[in-house]
Design a protein around this ligand. Structure first.
Ligand SMILES: [Zn+2]
Length: 246
């Protein structure tokens, strides 16, 4: 192990310890390319002593993950103090190196109303730990896109359904600490099942389309104020009348 850094070198390198602790808290094992990336921010990327010191800090901070008692934490802080790190920075670093609880964004996937056969996809971002296992039904095609800085991107593709079908499913994400459930819902509806917005009213004598289809109420309503007739959907009379008129 290299000797303790001089005051000057340590003060230059110290801003790196919160970054390193944060990175480790995501369950990551930093390597040389990560150190170089971090050090570029303070212009020390070509300094071997800086990389070596970050390696030492990493070994110490990784112990936080498995530490379960106050005395173990105190010992980890003491090891950082032994490298010349000020007490406040050492305590804060140990605190931020602790694994964060798993969280996912968005918390649910609602793909809304799709056309029959239409497939749809969504992306989840998982933070706070590495995903070890993803469980889902065959209906969902799940793939891990990449893992950077402790985040995992998960692409979910739902294969097309039949008209009138509803999907109520879920994905289970298992990390090294706990698991998350993400509900997935979708519905397939034939668009041609929906009538045109304006149709001929079978009761009206006026020479224009006055029958309005209310999508939410799922019924027809005549806009002719003298008529104002309502028909449920689907309605045989409305259909027959529309088939004989343009
Ligand atoms: Zn009418």
């Amino acid at each position: 192990m290299q000797d303790r850094l001089s005051e000057e070198r340590l003060s230059k390198l110290l801003p790196m310890i919160p970054l390193l602790a944060e990175y480790i808290s995501g369950g990551n094992a930093p390597d040389r390319s990560i150190y170089t990336k971090m050090l570029r921010g303070i212009g020390l990327e070509t300094e071997d002593w800086a990389v070596q010191e970050l390696e030492i800090w990493t070994v110490v901070l990784k112990k936080v993950r498995d530490s379960s008692s106050e005395s173990e934490n105190t010992s980890i802080v003491a090891q950082l103090l032994g490298r010349g790190i000020p007490e406040a920075s050492a305590i804060l670093a140990c605190h931020s190196a602790k694994p964060k609880p798993l969280s996912v964004e968005p918390e649910r996937i609602d793909l809304g109303i799709l056309s029959p056969g239409e497939e749809a996809s969504a992306t989840l971002t998982v933070t706070g730990g590495l995903i070890k296992e993803v469980l889902s039904s065959k209906r969902l095609n799940v793939s891990l896109l990449r893992t950077t800085g402790g985040n995992t991107l998960i692409k979910v593709v739902v294969s097309g359904g039949n008209a009138g079908e509803s999907l109520v499913d879920q994905i289970i994400l298992r990390g090294d600490r706990g698991e998350l459930k993400v509900p997935v819902t979708a519905r397939w509806e034939r668009t041609q099942d929906k009538p045109p917005l304006l149709s001929w009213c079978p009761d009206c004598r006026i020479k224009e389309k006055s029958l309005f289809y209310n999508h939410y109420a799922r019924e027809y309503e005549c806009l002719n104020l003298i008529c104002k007739h309502k028909f449920p959907y689907p309605d045989k009379r409305v259909k027959e009348y529309n088939d004989t008129h343009d």
